[in-house]
Design a protein around this ligand. Structure first.
Ligand SMILES: [Zn+2]
Length: 503
């Protein structure tokens, strides 16, 4: 089906990793989780709470200055305008995980607005990458709600997350394909995680959540009367006196991986196109969910009425003036972060071709830093090369003990191979200890083969002497003898390699 134009807009929630919550001094769970050892138990429900985040009468909120600063910093990194004044508003709705009966959010005066992010996209017509600009409508700051836990027919509420600072980034509908939506989100994740460093931004852990709106328009075949393409449903379309018509909007909520977002949007796009020309006369919006088990979307809520949240200014919090923050310094910091890291790697004589890859990912940079401080600075170029080769990405989860074990692998003889396999095992989902024992087993295998090879050479002195004076075809004889000696259990490739080394 040709001549359709897809329009996608995204709303992205980013959980800020501040030490305390948005309007009280309770520990911010996102921060607590991020620093916790992965083996540790989950934090007990309703232990990170106080009268403010429980919404008890008379409790007064105090805004977290760091959270505001980080939102402004993100706005600057995303080329936003920072208005002179911003304010908080109450957004009213009823839900059991929202104890106050309203959420403190921002309505008409957010901390940042009118930004943009450039994106490289593969051109359909050529191999050259095109650059597109995705405009950002706004970035505002709000508090998160708690969590409902549905168990054995009852529902329980955990308010540990209530009051966690959430930054909401809203794009203009400038995204034109599901793949572009995925690319945008990956780039945005890198910026909040690695450049401004305000969030762990893990989708699996819910630090980065995304709602997507998609609609489709039918494009007319360009006629000789008009230059370029004319869209039905746009201002241009009305010039042709065509009825204004576009598909309804499908909203997809709570997607927790980049892949699922792309898949869900692809399904929604297919559905909307297949319904043409029976599109509804009136523009409506439906909310659909995505089932990853069978890669399908399903209707959650049809024809949603626009909710009336009865916004009004939060009377307990004064407006925030941007003059209270050093905007120039915040802008500099964003750049500096990268520059400091680059300088550090250059000083360690890491080849230039690896530097960009390592500094652009906080997980890689941290792992690099830890491995080098364990293994020694002289191994910096080698560690960098290994890291870039594997482009680990999500490797921030290693504990100190694991890092030092990995570092040992860098400085031993069979280092490269072992380090790479260790990381490969771990990334494939095995635990660190399983991965290490697998490597050690392989290592024992190698030691045993070495012994067998040595025995074969000692047992066959005549053949060894003939090989040494040039009878190279005897190599096969030694391989056969070694495999027989191991009763067939030795890996022929490994025997080959070790024999070559020995001979
Ligand atoms: Zn609290």
């Amino acid at each position: 089906m040709k001549n359709f134009k897809t329009t996608i807009g995204l709303e992205i929630h980013v959980q800020l990793a501040t030490k305390s919550k948005m309007f009280c001094r309770c520990d911010n769970q996102s921060f607590a989780e991020a620093t916790d050892d992965k083996q540790s138990v989950a934090i007990k429900p309703n232990t990170l709470v106080c009268p403010v985040c429980l919404g008890l009468p008379g409790a007064l909120p105090v805004a977290n200055k760091t959270a505001i600063e980080w939102t402004i910093k993100t706005g600057l990194a995303l080329n936003c305008e920072i208005p002179a004044t911003a304010k908080f508003d109450r957004k009213h709705y009823f839900y059991p995980d929202l104890p106050k009966g309203y959420q403190i959010s921002q309505y008409d005066e957010p901390f940042a607005s009118r930004g943009w992010l450039k994106l490289k996209v593969k051109s359909e017509k050529s191999t050259v990458e095109d650059e597109v600009t995705i405009r950002l409508n706004r970035i505002h700051l709000e508090e998160d709600a708690g969590k409902l836990i549905h168990k054995n027919g009852t529902s329980l509420v955990d308010l540990n997350r209530a009051g966690t600072p959430l930054m909401e980034i809203v794009t203009e509908p400038d995204i034109t394909s599901p793949a572009m939506a995925g690319d945008f989100l990956r780039k945005l994740q890198k910026i909040v995680r690695d450049v401004v460093e305000v969030s762990e931004a893990s989708m699996e852990k819910g630090h980065l959540r995304c709602d997507a709106n998609i609609s489709v328009r039918k494009l007319q075949v360009p006629s000789t009367q008009y230059r370029g393409e004319t869209e039905i449903g746009s201002e241009l379309g009305t010039r042709n006196s065509e009825p204004i018509k576009m598909s309804q909007i499908i909203e997809i909520k709570n997607l927790n991986s980049f892949r699922f977002i792309e898949k869900a949007l692809t399904k929604a796009e297919e559905k909307l196109k297949s319904e043409y020309p029976a599109w509804p006369a009136k523009l409506t919006k439906e909310t659909w969910g995505y089932n990853s088990n069978n890669d399908s979307i399903y209707l959650q809520r049809a024809k949603e009425e626009a909710a009336d949240y009865r916004y009004f200014p939060e009377p307990d919090l004064p407006p925030v003036k941007s003059a209270e923050f050093d905007l120039d310094k915040l802008k500099e910091l964003t750049k500096e972060n990268m520059e400091v890291k680059v300088a550090k790697l250059q000083e360690m004589e890491v080849p230039n071709q690896y530097i960009a890859a390592i500094v652009s990912n906080r997980g890689d940079f941290e792992l690099f830093d830890k491995l080098v401080s364990e293994a020694g600075i002289e191994y910096a170029p080698e560690v960098a090369r290994l890291l870039v080769q594997k482009s680990f990405g999500k490797t921030t989860d290693f504990s100190d003990r694991e890092i030092s074990e990995l570092a040992k692998l860098v400085v031993t003889d069979t280092s490269k191979k072992n380090l790479l396999s260790a990381i490969k095992f771990i990334l494939s989902g095995k635990s660190f200890d399983d991965a290490m024992s697998e490597i050690n087993q392989n290592q024992t295998g190698e030691d045993e083969i070495l012994k067998i090879v040595e025995k074969v050479l000692i047992d066959n002195p005549a053949e060894f002497a003939r090989y040494k004076v040039g009878e190279k075809k005897l190599f096969g004889f030694f391989v056969g003898a070694a495999i027989r000696e191991s009763k067939g259990s030795a890996d022929p490739q490994l025997v080959n390699r070790i024999l070559k080394e020995k001979l």
